[in-house]
Design a protein around this ligand. Structure first.
Ligand SMILES: [Zn+2]
Ligand SMILES: [Zn+2]
Ligand SMILES: [Zn+2]
Ligand SMILES: [Zn+2]
Ligand SMILES: [Zn+2]
Length: 360
């Protein structure tokens, strides 16, 4: 019997009890499965580890992307990055008492943006169980979705145990840098017709920093566009500032009120696509995209959708985007970066040495 602590790379908080079967006091690491050796449920079914671990995983994911400004260099971390997670404390007066007191709500995460009122409006438009209010089920839901939608072993070869050759490691590294360059994004919350301001500001800041870092005598280069605006068939983009312009949710197709925040995906451009906060979902699992991290395969992306794909089937969470490109092993839950794998009668895919739980 292998000692769990011997192979575990990240420390896990002491009481990662199982939230699904409730029989299991602590997550037990299996030698290669990602599920619990004690109860069989997944890592995300158990209480998550520390928030610092969450933030380091997110820092790693967003590092080297156009959203690197949402991360910061980890002090003494040898170039590792951590997430500059936006927390928010809202103070409300309690009006029912004679001497006014104040109640506060702490959000463990809110979208980056310019105004607190927009963030509060955004939160109010989410289903209650998805509001990441500190100490509530909504906060736990968010942290479990981070593990579920953005597993570390989909982005870090060092966290994988199923890679069996140098070739598979380099295939994975190419895949990760390709989705970081062309597919992954972080949604922006703004009023309809006002999307893109934050990304524009980030682009300008990046261009300014690049210019300052370069030799002074070089002429400042134009900021490199992070993506092209998808070609518009009808050139109606110019009318988007018109107050009469109506906006429609790309998820449910219903009209979006002008005074309520929506989510934009920069990869999709800011003219033709926007979503109700509650409609910004993975098309596969129908879960809200955690911390607005999306994978876009629609117009303008490297991999345009298959002909006939409906437009709402182009927003993915990380897990399900990766599965459109590589099979996932039903045993260890890692992607299989090889053309040789086993397909079971129920169509699940397996590393050869993981099928039927054959230990090795
Ligand atoms: Zn369990
Ligand atoms: Zn367990
Ligand atoms: Zn909608
Ligand atoms: Zn999904
Ligand atoms: Zn496997």
């Amino acid at each position: 019997m292998e000692h769990p602590a011997a192979t575990e790379k990240v420390s896990v908080s002491p009481a990662a009890k199982c939230l699904t079967c409730k029989d299991c006091a602590d997550f037990q690491h299996h030698s290669w499965r990602k599920s619990c050796a004690g109860c069989g449920c997944s890592r995300a079914d158990h209480a998550p580890g520390t928030e610092a671990e969450d933030d380091r995983r997110m820092g790693r994911l967003l590092g080297g992307t156009a959203w690197e400004h949402l991360t910061a260099r980890l002090k003494g971390g040898g170039g590792l990055r951590t997430y500059r997670r936006n927390r928010m404390v809202v103070t409300n007066p309690v009006v029912s008492r004679r001497d006014p007191t104040f109640s506060t709500i702490t959000y463990d995460w809110v979208p980056h943006g310019r105004s607190q009122s927009l963030a509060v409006q955004y939160m109010d438009l989410l289903p209650e169980g998805r509001r990441p209010i500190s100490g509530t089920q909504g906060s736990l839901y968010r942290r479990r979705q981070l593990l579920r939608q953005l597993p570390l072993y989909d982005q870090d070869p060092m966290s994988c145990q199923g890679l069996s050759s140098e070739e598979e490691i380099s295939t994975m590294m190419l895949f990760v840098s390709s989705y970081k360059d062309h597919v992954l994004g972080v949604g922006e919350v703004a009023l309809p017709g006002e999307g893109g301001a934050l990304e524009e500001a980030a682009n300008q800041r990046r261009a300014r920093e690049a210019t300052e870092a370069k030799d002074e005598k070089e002429t400042p280069s134009k900021p490199r566009p992070q993506w092209e605006e998808p070609a518009s068939a009808d050139n109606s983009a110019a009318g988007s500032t018109d107050v009469k312009t109506q906006h429609w949710c790309s998820g449910c197709g219903l009209e979006v009120p002008r005074d309520q925040p929506v989510v934009f995906a920069g990869r999709a451009g800011f003219q033709h696509f926007l979503w109700h906060p509650s409609c910004f979902l993975c098309c596969r699992c129908q879960q809200g995209l955690v911390d607005l991290v999306y994978f876009w395969t629609g117009p303008g992306a490297e991999h345009d959708p298959e002909p006939g794909t409906s437009i709402d089937h182009v927003l993915f969470c990380g897990r399900h985007y990766c599965e459109t490109r590589w099979p996932r092993c039903a045993g260890c839950d890692e992607l299989i970066f090889s053309h040789s794998f086993f397909t079971a009668p129920d169509d699940t895919k397996w590393h050869h040495h993981h099928y039927c739980g054959t230990e090795y």
